[in-house]
Design a protein around this ligand. Structure first.
Ligand code: ATP
Ligand code: MG
Length: 364
């Protein structure tokens, strides 16, 4: 069951209003990245789309915030208004105290942004792309060359650095785009879905690069659809839905809200579902859920491996045969279902538009 609509935000804010700062927090004072009451309405053939609807966020210096939300939640729009790429219809945006709408040029000097769709010139080599970005930032030629070489090494593109980008894989383009966002050594970095589409090894490598940047003092706002990514990288997670923050807290607080891990079992015989459900309910943190096939049951648990062991022992004691059993880590879907009472992929009721119009790539 979700929290009633009108109480949801207050309830969650209160819940996450911890008296002590999060253990991983490195932030000190006022937020380096701020958005207050930001709204943005796109016009589309099917009517107005409220992409941002009173967005409020604050990211303290030296910390990482993840905007976690499903397709169409407003993540890219949030990044675009904060990075001067589009103007909102209402609200206040500040980076390091500088008003984004009044002083976009000043803001651009201190930020780096890597958009959801890699913005690189296909016909140039990786190194040439980075040198070009350096020149856009008015770096002297020698400095632009040195910075390009440094970044090519940092992102393990040394072998590909002198090849045209049109021969790069998706993961290589992603890394090059991220390198481009770092040319001006920004204090404030925005990454829109930095690892979507990467293979597991490349994702781990990129997480490490991001962790190193943060350890060196970069303040970061990233967007993601993966709870695991937010868990790995972020001090604070803001769950965003229909252009507004519906829950905010540390990743641990979010996970505790949904009972951490869950245990799923697939029965050989659907007639055992009743007895198995009783066992899962006994060891679960809430009522078990039975899938439409009538044979797959799942329950949230507090102690992943221990709960699985107890459940398996009790099922065995009652001779209930299994096809499969395991622990499942919580996902964005679980967070959404818990908070909103509906699945993450459900489109907003009114004015849903095609996001394809948005694919020009976000790069200043
Ligand atoms: N240029 C545009 N014109 C019209 N509607 C748009 C435009 N860009 C975005 N939208 C709509 O605004 C809403 C928010 O889009 P946005 O791209 O910010 O979402 P998102 O959270 O980044 O989604 P995704 O996970 O798919 O990248 C969506 O309903 C989208 O269809
Ligand atoms: Mg997006």
């Amino acid at each position: 069951m979700g929290v009633p609509e009108q109480n949801r935000r207050v309830y969650l804010r209160a819940m996450f209003n911890s008296p002590t700062p999060p253990a991983r927090s490195r932030g000190s004072g006022s937020p380096l990245i701020e958005a207050h009451g930001v709204s943005k309405v796109y016009k589309s053939k099917s009517g107005p789309v409220h992409a941002l609807d009173g967005l409020d966020i604050g990211v303290p210096e030296g910390t990482v915030m993840a905007l976690l939300g499903p397709n169409g939640a407003g993540k890219t729009t949030a990044v675009k208004v904060l990075t001067t790429l589009i103007r909102p219809d209402a609200g206040v945006l500040r980076i390091d105290g500088i008003d984004v709408l009044d002083n976009p040029k000043e803001v651009r000097r201190i930020i780096g942004v890597s958009g959801q769709y890699a913005a690189v010139d296909e016909n140039l080599t990786g190194t040439e792309n980075l040198r070009m970005v350096g020149r856009l930032y008015h770096l002297p030629d020698r400095q632009a060359r040195e910075r390009a070489a440094e970044l090519i090494d940092m992102f393990e593109l040394t072998e590909a650095g002198n090849r045209p980008v049109k021969g790069y894989s998706g993961g290589m383009r992603r890394r090059l785009d991220l390198a481009g966002a770092l040319v001006n050594s920004p204090r404030v970095l925005f990454l829109d879905e930095p690892t979507t589409g990467l293979d597991p090894r490349s994702r781990l490598a990129l997480w490490q690069v991001i962790k190193d940047l943060v350890a060196a003092g970069t303040t970061l706002l990233l967007t993601t659809q993966y709870l695991e990514e937010a868990d790995q990288l972020a001090d604070t997670v803001a769950v965003i839905d229909r252009g507004t923050v519906i829950a905010e807290g540390t990743s641990d607080q979010l996970k505790s809200l949904i009972g951490g891990h869950s245990v799923a079992v697939a029965l050989v015989d659907g007639n055992d579902a009743g007895a198995a459900g009783t066992i899962l309910a006994r060891h679960g943190a809430g009522p078990p859920h039975t899938a439409a096939d009538g044979r797959t049951l799942e329950v949230s648990v507090q102690n992943g491996p221990a709960s699985l062991q107890f459940i398996l022992a009790d099922l065995q004691a009652q001779d209930i045969a299994l096809h499969d059993a395991g622990i499942r880590r919580p996902t964005l879907d679980d967070v959404f279902l818990q908070i909103t009472g509906r699945p993450a992929e459900e489109e907003p009721a009114s004015g849903a538009a095609d996001g394809a119009a948005d694919r020009e790539g976000a790069r200043q």
